[in-house]
Design a protein around this ligand. Structure first.
Ligand code: SAJ
Length: 425
C-alpha cells in the first residue's frame, strides 16, 4: 500500500524544501527540528532559507494543513533524515546529529515503516551506526522496517528545480527498501531513479563532490603555476576546455560551503593511506586564501596598516551562506596581517553600499563574483579610493574597462600578479 505520511527530520536546506514538496504532492508531512526558532518559523509558513520560490511553496503547504512542524519526530510511515554532517577539527566526520536523529526516530518507529537517510555520510554509516541506532527499539532493519540511503545532490541557489529535475540515487539495504524508497521519490522527482545498495550510494555521493574538489584544486594549482611562468591561466583554461573531453572548473580564493570542502574528508578518514590525491586537493584548495593575502601583499607592498576593501563574503556567488567561506578566511588572514579591512556583501547585507565601503581604500579585492558586482562602475569606485588598485580572485572583471578607469588590475592566476612583484622588488 502506498505510504502517505512522512516525517522529515532536519528542516535545513535539504529537509525543508523536501518537506514542502512532499506536502504539495498531498503527503501528510511533519517536519521535526531541534532548533526551536526554525520550528516556529516553519510552523508559521516562513522560511529561514533564501531560495527562490521556496517561500511560496512552504506557505502554501502550511496553509493547506499538509505540513506541520515540531521539535520531535511523530508517528509516520516514512522518515526522511536530512541533518548536517560536519567535520571535527581533526577532519573526522561528526555524526552526532545523524545519531541523534536516529535515536529520536527510533522512539516512534514501528513495523513496516521506511527510514531514508539523505544526509551525506561516510561509507558504511547507513548499514552501520545509523541502522544500529534505529534498532535500539528492538525492531530489526530488513525484517521489521525498511532502510535506504538516498543522498541529496541539489545545488544551493537552485534547490527546488534540482530537487525535482536531478536523477536520484536510491540505495536500499535490500530490494524491498529500494523499491519502497523509489516509490516515495517517484511522486516528485522527474529525473531517473537509479537503484543501488546503501553503501554504494554513500560512496557515489562522496565521489561527486570529491570530483569537483579535485578538479578545482587542479585549476588552482595551474593558477599558481601560470603566475610563476608568466601566463594567464584563464586564457589557458578557456583553450584547454575547447577540447571535447576536457572541462576545467575555475580557480579562485578557495573552496567553501558545507559539502565540497567537507565531504572529501569522509573518504580520507575511511582510507587515509589510499586517498592521497583527495587529501592533497584539500590542502591545495585550503591554501588559496593565504595565496590571496600574498597577492594583496604584491599589490600594496606591506598590508599592515593598509585599508583594504573586500567584495563578497559568502562561500560562492549569489547565495547568502557563509559556511566554510574562503572569503571570510581571506578577511581573517588580512586582519591578522594588520590590514584595516572593510567588507561588503550585497546578499549578506553588510550595511553600506559598495561605493561607500571602498572609501579611502588603497586596494579592492573581489572575493565573490555576485551578479550584483557586474554593475559596479570602476570610475565611481575609483573616485572613492585612495589608490586605484584592484585584485580580482575570480577572473570576472573586465580588465579593459577597469584599466580605462585608471585601475591597476591584478588577477589571480595571471602573469601580472608576479610580474608586479618583480617590478616592486
Ligand atoms: N568553486 C570554485 N570554482 C568553480 C566552482 C566552484 O572555486 O569552478 C568554489 C565555489 O566558489 C564554492 C565551492 O567551490 O566556494 C563549492 O561550490 P559549488 O557550487 O561547486 O558546490 P556547492 O557546495 O554549492 O554544492 C555542491 C554540489 N555538488 C556538485 O556539484 C558535485 C551540489 O550538487 C551538492 O548537492 C552539494 O555540493 C551538496 O550538498 O553536497
Amino acid at each position: 500500500m502506498a505510504k502517505r505520511s512522512v516525517c522529515v527530520v532536519g528542516l535545513g536546506y535539504i529537509g525543508l524544501p523536501t518537506a514542502a514538496i512532499l506536502a504539495s504532492r498531498g503527503f501528510e508531512v511533519f517536519g521535526a527540528d531541534i532548533n526551536a526558532s526554525t520550528v516556529a518559523e516553519v510552523a508559521a509558513g516562513r522560511t529561514h532559507i533564501r531560495e527562490s520560490k521556496l517561500d511560496t511553496l512552504l506557505s502554501g503547504a502550511v496553509k493547506s494543513g499538509h505540513l506541520r512542524a515540531g521539535a520531535r519526530p511523530v508517528v509516520a510511515e516514512v522518515f526522511i533524515v536530512a541533518v548536517p554532517t560536519p567535520i571535527r577539527d581533526d577532519h573526522g566526520a561528526n555524526l552526532d546529529m545523524v545519531v541523534g536523529a536516529a535515536l529520536s526516530v527510533a522512539q516512534v518507529l514501528k513495523g513496516g515503516d521506511l527510514v531514508i537517510l539523505e544526509s551525506t555520510v561516510p561509507p558504511g554509516t547507513t548499514i552501520g551506526i545509523f541502522r544500529e541506532t534505529l534498532e535500539r527499539n528492538g525492531l530489526v532493519a530488513g525484517r521489521d522496517f525498511l532502510l535506504a540511503h538516498c543522498p541529496e545532490r541539489v545545488l544551493p541557489g537552485n534547490l527546488l528545480a534540482e530537487l525535482i529535475g536531478n536523477d536520484r540515487i536510491i540505495g536500499g539495504i535490500d530490494e524491498a527498501s529500494t523499491k519502497t524508497a523509489a516509490d516515495v521519490y517517484r511522486t516528485f522527482v522527474r529525473g531517473a531513479l537509479v537503484e543501488t545498495d546503501a553503501t554504494t550510494a554513500e560512496l557515489a555521493k562522496l565521489m561527486e563532490n570529491t570530483y569537483r574538489d579535485v578538479n578545482i584544486a587542479l585549476a588552482n594549482e595551474f593558477a599558481l603555476i601560470a603566475e610563476r611562468l608568466g601566463i594567464d591561466v584563464w586564457d589557458a583554461i578557456t583553450h584547454a576546455n575547447r577540447h571535447p573531453r576536457v572541462n576545467y572548473l575555475r580557480p579562485g580564493p578557495g573552496v567553501g560551503g558545507h559539502c565540497i570542502a567537507v565531504d572529501p574528508w569522509f573518504i580520507v578518514e575511511a582510507a587515509p593511506d589510499l586517498a592521497r590525491l583527495i587529501s592533497t586537493a584539500r590542502s591545495v584548495n585550503d591554501a588559496m586564501p593565504e595565496h590571496v593575502v600574498e597577492l594583496a601583499r604584491r599589490a600594496v607592498g606591506d598590508v599592515a596598516g593598509a585599508v583594504i576593501t573586500t567584495l563578497g563574503l559568502t562561500y560562492k556567488a549569489n547565495v547568502g551562506d557563509l559556511r566554510e567561506s574562503p572569503a571570510v578566511t581571506v578577511v581573517e588572514h588580512l586582519r591578522r596581517a594588520g590590514a584595516v579591512v572593510r567588507t561588503h556583501d550585497p546578499i549578506v547585507g553588510t550595511g553600506e553600499s559598495a561605493e561607500d565601503a571602498v572609501a579611502g581604500a588603497s586596494l579592492l579585492v573581489l572575493l565573490v563574483d555576485h551578479a550584483a558586482y557586474g554593475a559596479l562602475d570602476p570610475r565611481v569606485i575609483g573616485s572613492q579610493m585612495q589608490a586605484r588598485v584592484v585584485l580580482d580572485t575570480r577572473g570576472v572583471l573586465d580588465r579593459d574597462v577597469w584599466e580605462a578607469a585608471g585601475f591597476r588590475v591584478l588577477t589571480l592566476g595571471r602573469a601580472g600578479a608576479s610580474v608586479l612583484v618583480r617590478g616592486q622588488g
